[in-house]
Structure formats: structure tokens, C-alpha cells
Ligand binder design. Structure first.
Ligand code: FES
Ligand SMILES: [Fe+2]
Length: 489
């Protein structure tokens, strides 16, 4: 895989106070935030003692006295309590089974100290994304190659400096994820009623992606136009290899306006996503949203304008509610992408591969980017072997049962602090309180304090009952399981 900085997670969603497991190219890492430095730490997720995962451990925030501020942080393995300092190259700083004196003597030898150390990696936070350098070669080896740094890979993602994000682990590989993101033709069908409508479908214009030369692995760029929700949309898209995909486009009332580029909309259509290969048959998508990056002058102007009602409403919607909608959006093409990938890999495995198209038949312009991507992958990565049937390195990941395919808890909620908090609030505060209100109003309806009193108490009881039903039947399960039936949509 290209030696660049690697995006691994979004700090907008990570809980800084717990060790979180992360996957990249089938290797497991653990991450957490050091205090007081604020530095994000990524280390191997293996305790050197007896190989337990450190992501099952806990974070110790050390203070001098109970009320003084944090002076250091360590990650403690929960099996036998060994402690590691991520800020200090994963150095072992605590072995409860031996005395302090013995420990100092033991770790004074370099070989012992190295043996007890957890491997740690350099990290950077850029636009709320946590990046790390997992490669054996030195990170200085890419000095001067702008596109291999987070700033370069996210250059065309023109949303603001601190975007809100939505991260989802998906049951299909990195190549299928990138392929799907550079394919605007699926929007009216796969996301009918969510992003577009079936009747929006028209022949899509797509320029042939700018060809990548032999010396660059950086990106390819294309122009495209389509129609969505009755409006024409046109602009540019970019694959910032190997992780970033971005779109920058505008909406137009008519095709003529679009051809003359007479845009009226301020914000337009912007999409920024990072695609991460996690393990065979799985990938991670980090979708970024937020206002576009603005020059200081534009920002001032915007501040002067009064916030619209929609803007105010949007700002009070909890993040978990937005994430539930995003879950639904990704559910809608999840199952067929999983099965499609399995079929493609079977084609390759049993030799039906026809040297470039992966068994695809793509006569329309709208698939030009897919062809380009399928040429790009074997040229610059060994992600799927070298592409020839005689040198077959493809491994078919297992088909996943349908219920597991849509496991939102594993794929999103378990690693999103907003959804964890939302779910906890619903379970421990909102539902018990509603039960309380319902019980009190039922009991209170036995009295008759003033005219209409009974009716009011009964209405409150009924309303609480309705809300409890809605939350327990619809909202709470939506954090855990998804499903999408296109025949019903
Ligand atoms: S395995 Fe981690 S302390 Fe023993
Ligand atoms: Fe979430």
C-alpha cells in the first residue's frame, strides 16, 4: 500500500478517555488521548507480558493529590495491571508483580526495557482526523511530497477546519468503498428517497479521469454532471489516493444554466470522505460534513447575516440523531455491495477475470471512474495481488449473515462517543423518567382537583406511553440494528 500518512479515526467521535481498538490492513492498534499533553497516542494493541489486547485495558490519569490536576497518563493492561506510557514510546512503567527496586534494575537493561515496551507510532491530527505513520520506512522519506501528507490528501475537501464526521465500518473492502463513492449513477436508485429519487436518473456526463502518470500515485480528477431531486448538478470529483474522495459541485435549475455555469447556490454540493482498508472484506468510511472553508471576509459577512430558522433548528439536533440518519443512508447500499464484492472476488478466483474490468460490463460514461480505479489499484498497490489470474493471491472473505451485515452497534455506535452518550441517556434517563411521569399521572387521575383535571392527567399518561413506545420500538433499536428493504422503498 502506498507509504503515506494513514487516517485511522475521527477525534470528533473518539472517546479520549478509553482505549479504542483500531484496524488498518489487518493489524490491530489501540488509541487514546494523553493528558495533560493532549497528544493522541497509537500503539500496537498487544501487551508484551502475555499478549492481551490493551484496548481491553483502562486509562490511568495520574494526579499528585486527589484534587490536583493531571500530571501524567498511562495505559494499563487489565489482565495483570502492567502500565505503559504512550507519550514515552510505549515504555513500560509499572509491573505490579515485582518490587519497585527489582523493576528499576530489570528495565535498566536496554534489551529488557525494549522487550517490555509496546510499539508506538507517530500521530498527527488534521481537520479532526487522527493520522498515523505505521510503516517501517522513516516518515522523513516522503519529505517534500505534499500529497502524501494529511494536508495534501485533504486539500480538495473544502469543508471547514473542524468538520463534524460520521464513521462507519462496512462489510466490504476498501476498493469497493472507493468504487461506490466515485459512482454517482447509483444515487437515484440505491439511495431513493434518502438522497435522490429514481426519476432523477438521466444519462450522466463524466469526463475521462485525468490519467495518472507512471511517477505519481497521487490522485485522479474528473468532471461530472447528473440530476438529483429534480435539480441539475455539475462539478468536479477527485480521488486523492489512496484514502480521500471528494466532490465539489453546484445545483442548477436547468441544463442550460449548468452548461453556462450560472450557479445561484451558495453552499452547493460538497462531500468529503476517507476510505480506510481495515481487514479483508471490511473497510472504514469517515464521512465529513460541515460548512465550506471560507475566507475571512466571507466569514465576517456570514456572521453578519442572521442565522436562518433551519440553521438554528439544525444546531440543536443532537449529533446522535444525525448519525442515526447517516446509518440509514449507508444501510441502503450495504448489503448489495457486500454480495457484489463476493461475486467479483469469485469471478477473479475461478479465472473468469478478464484482465481489467473484473467481470464488469460498463458501456456507459458514468462508469469511467470505475475503470480508472480498477486500473489504478493493481498499478500502485498490491491490495488485490497483481491482477493476473495465474498469480492468484485473492482470498475470498466469508459471506456474512444478513443480520450481522446491518449490525450498527458494532459498525458505528460502539466507537462513537455521541451515540454512546445518546443511547445511555435514552436508557438510563429518558425512558425511566417517562415511566415515572406515566405512573404519577395514572395515580393522579384518581383525584378530581379542578374541571378538566382528569382529562389532562389521562392525556399526559397517554402521551408518555406513546413516547415510551416510540423510543423503545423505533429509536433505541436504531442504535443497534439496521435493515433496508428496497422492495419496500
Ligand atoms: S497480559 Fe497484560 S499485564 Fe499480563
Ligand atoms: Fe454516532
Amino acid at each position: 500500500f502506498p507509504r503515506t500518512w494513514v487516517p485511522i479515526a475521527s477525534i470528533y467521535e473518539l472517546d479520549p478517555n478509553r482505549p479504542t481498538p483500531q484496524l488498518f490492513l489487518n493489524q490491530q492498534y489501540v488509541c487514546y488521548q494523553d493528558q495533560p499533553s493532549g497528544q493522541w497516542i497509537i500503539m500496537d494493541d498487544i501487551c508484551p507480558h502475555r499478549l492481551a489486547p490493551l484496548s481491553e485495558g483502562r486509562i490511568n490519569r495520574n494526579t499528585e493529590t486527589k484534587i490536583s490536576s493531571i500530571i501524567s497518563t498511562s495505559l494499563q493492561c487489565s489482565y495483570h495491571g502492567w502500565e505503559y506510557d504512550g507519550l514515552n514510546n510505549g515504555k513500560c512503567i509499572g509491573i505490579p508483580q515485582i518490587s519497585e527496586q527489582e523493576k528499576t534494575a530489570l528495565l535498566s537493561s536496554t534489551s529488557n526495557s525494549n522487550r517490555a515496551c509496546v510499539k508506538s507510532y507517530s500521530t498527527i491530527v488534521h481537520k479532526n482526523i487522527l493520522w498515523f505513520w505505521p510503516w517501517k520506512v522513516d516518515s522523513l522519506s516522503i519529505l517534500g511530497q505534499h500529497k502524501k501528507y494529511p494536508e495534501g490528501m485533504m486539500e480538495s475537501i473544502s469543508i471547514n477546519a473542524i468538520p463534524s464526521t460520521y464513521t462507519r465500518d462496512l462489510p466490504y473492502g476498501w476498493d469497493t468503498l472507493v468504487e461506490n463513492l466515485i459512482d454517482p449513477a447509483h444515487i437515484p436508485f440505491a439511495h431513493h428517497n434518502l438522497q435522490g429519487k429514481r426519476k432523477d436518473a438521466i444519462p450522466i456526463y463524466m469526463s475521462i479521469p485525468e490519467s495518472f502518470s507512471d511517477t505519481t500515485v497521487e490522485s485522479f480528477y474528473f468532471e461530472w454532471s447528473d440530476r438529483t431531486r429534480g435539480k441539475h448538478r455539475g462539478g468536479t470529483g477527485e480521488f486523492n489516493a489512496p484514502y480521500g474522495v471528494s466532490y465539489n459541485a453546484h445545483y442548477y435549475d436547468t441544463k442550460e444554466e449548468m452548461l453556462e455555469k450560472r450557479e445561484k447556490d451558495d453552499a452547493g454540493f460538497k462531500l468529503g470522505a476517507l476510505c480506510i482498508p481495515t481487514k479483508p472484506g471490511w473497510s472504514r468510511a469517515i464521512i465529513m460534513a460541515g460548512p465550506k472553508e471560507m475566507k475571512e471576509k466571507e466569514m465576517k459577512k456570514k456572521k453578519e447575516k442572521r442565522k436562518s430558522l433551519f440553521g438554528i433548528l439544525f444546531s440543536i439536533i443532537p449529533v446522535w440523531a444525525i448519525h442515526l440518519l447517516s446509518n440509514k443512508f449507508l444501510d441502503s447500499d450495504l448489503s448489495f455491495l457486500h454480495y457484489q464484492e463476493q461475486e467479483r472476488l469469485r469471478h477473479i478466483q475461478d479465472g473468469r477475470y478478464d484482465g481489467g474490468s473484473n467481470g464488469y460490463y460498463m458501456p456507459a460514461q458514468s462508469d469511467r471512474c470505475i475503470s480508472a480505479l480498477r486500473k489504478w489499484i493493481p498499478k500502485y498497490t498490491n491490495y488485490l495481488g497483481d491482477g493476473s489470474p495465474s498469480n492468484n493471491k485473492y482470498e475470498l472473505p466469508n459471506t456474512i449473515p444478513r443480520k450481522e451485515l446491518f449490525d450498527r452497534y458494532v459498525q458505528h455506535t460502539s466507537h462513537c462517543r455521541h451515540c454512546q452518550k445518546g443511547l445511555k441517556q435514552i436508557q438510563t434517563k429518558i425512558i425511566p423518567r417517562l415511566y415515572g411521569v406515566m405512573t404519577i399521572s395514572i395515580l393522579a387521575s384518581g383525584f378530581n382537583l379542578f374541571r378538566g383535571y382528569k382529562l389532562v392527567t389521562k392525556l399526559i399518561a397517554l402521551l408518555s406511553f406513546g413516547l415510551i413506545r416510540l423510543i423503545t420500538a423505533k429509536i433505541e433499536p436504531a442504535f443497534k440494528d439496521g435493515e433496508f428493504k428496497h422492495y419496500e422503498n
